[in-house]
Ligand binder design. Sequence first.
Ligand SMILES: [Zn+2]
Length: 139
Amino acid sequence: MTKADYESLLKRIEKNISKDAKDTQRFELPAVEITWEGKKTILRNFGDFPKALRRDTNIILQYLSKEFAVPAERVGEKAIFVGKRDPDDFTRLFKIYLKDYVECPTCTSPDTKVEKENRISFLICEACGAKSTIKGKYA
Ligand SMILES: [Zn+2]
């Protein structure tokens, strides 16, 4: 690799990083706090996520449980999952949830709410007023 190649690679990486940083600035997901107890993973601040995402606690729990394919139960602000999970596993799922169920596809605002009509869920954007269908089943 020549020096010029290397520099252009560095530039590309820098560009990607700053793009990611901008994306996450818009909406701040709470940091995942977990502890492991035996073969269980306890998400200590589970309660923060439905609040931040402005979605139903049970739906968020169901979503995580189904995606991890393990049973989960809620105890106060905590959620307990069977099996060992890394904080990154949770962060990844919350980011997907944010993208698929919370962000407006039109203007990418996270200020949205869900409305159901004839068992079909719609995402209503409070920023731009767009009404979009939600494809997933955890709305
Ligand atoms: Zn919008």
